[in-house]
Ligand binder design. Structure first.
Ligand code: ZN
Length: 353
């Protein structure tokens, strides 16, 4: 399936300071999630701090909790709505914000908000999901309180700011999941330990910051901070460390075809990166959706002199997935050499054929 609105890599418009409405919901057979509002607001504070930090102060969000008398009471049981632990295990999209929002009170004025964050009781099935404005499957939800095009929904780990940050990565910033969830994709290596959209759980083995490609889509990296290579040759580039606030270049990008670009960025340990001091190269494939490897790690460079050679067999491993019928690889051989690196960034040499 082609995500047609991203082919050619246009950047969607992102609201840099959205207002979020926090809206608890319950079913006719359940308690309102009163005791989970506090942890939810705490997690939202944590996620707001996360976004302020990883965007170098360029973006964050504010939020209000809906008054208790306007919380959504779905006039059906959780079982009837597919939210119960006794419900048959849902297909990935069968339980969604749509099911809940259509019961919103007209007194909630969704026009005053950019995003609705739904919170349910942990008595329900564990569910964390998002409604993405840019996903062609997620048409705007028409409700008695107005139309909603961006929503997130969480029913467990209410105090987990990383989980909220991940869901808002979808609902607010239009970003795809980067972990694998699709059978039959054998070449998928995702981004293994990079990016909050890959794995939101912070630990010593992954980075929950964001790739420069996602920061570029979010509008935090300017086009002038991208060093673009579109033809054959050898060039050297300084890449500023991902987490550092800097106007210097943040990535080298090699245009491989009309729908594929190789991105090189560099990571140092920081508040949201407890694992990785390295320079990585990954392919963005605009024809792949959630779970099907839209971003694929090609390799990483740690020490001066380390080299990564990507030839046609590596860049085009799944031709039937990655190239459109009328398309061929523009650049079929890329060699990346790490010349030097320190806390401020990395110096790389890129040769393309
Ligand atoms: Zn996700």
């Amino acid at each position: 399936m082609v995500r047609s609105n991203l082919v050619g890599f246009p950047r969607p418009q992102v609201i840099q300071s959205p207002k979020i409405l926090v809206l608890p919901f319950s079913f006719s057979d359940g308690e309102p999630p009163t005791s989970y509002l506090g942890p939810t607001l705490g997690a939202l504070n944590g996620a707001a701090h996360f976004y302020e930090q990883i965007s170098w102060g360029k973006a964050s969000f504010t939020f209000d909790a809906a008054p208790e008398q306007l919380w959504i009471k779905v006039p059906k049981t959780a079982l009837e709505m597919g939210f119960s632990n006794d419900s048959p295990k849902p297909q990935s999209d069968s339980v969604s914000p749509f099911d809940v929002l259509k019961f919103a009170s007209p007194e909630l004025n969704f026009d005053n908000y950019d995003l609705v964050h739904l919170v349910g009781s942990p008595d329900l099935m564990d569910r964390a999901t998002a409604w993405m404005e840019f996903d062609p499957r997620n048409a705007p939800i028409v409700t008695p309180a107005g139309t909603v095009s961006r929503a997130s929904l969480i029913t467990y780990s209410h105090n987990d700011s990383s989980l909220v940050a991940h869901e808002l990565g979808h609902a607010w910033l239009n970003l795809w999941d980067l972990y694998s969830g699709q059978n039959g994709i054998t070449d998928f290596i995702g981004l293994n330990r990079f990016d909050v959209m890959y794995n939101s759980v912070p630990n010593d083995y992954n980075a929950t910051d964001m790739t420069i490609w996602n920061k570029y889509l979010a509008g935090w990296v300017e086009p002038e901070q991208i060093r673009c290579i579109v033809k054959a040759g050898t060039t050297s580039h300084f890449i500023s460390t991902n987490s550092s606030k800097s106007d210097l270049p943040k990535a080298v990008m090699v245009k491989i075809s009309e729908t594929k670009v190789l991105v090189i960025d560099t990571w140092r340990k920081s508040e949201f990166n407890r694992c990785c001091n390295e320079t990585i190269a990954y392919v963005i494939d605009a024809t792949r959706i959630h779970f099907a490897g839209p971003y694929r790690l090609q390799g990483s460079l740690k020490n001066s002199g380390d080299q990564l050679v990507l030839d046609e067999s590596l860049l085009a491993t799944t031709t039937e997935w990655t190239l459109r019928p009328d398309e061929s690889l523009t650049i079929s051989n890329v060699t990346v050499t790490l010349l030097d690196s320190d806390a401020s960034g990395a110096l790389v040499e890129v040769t393309t054929k």
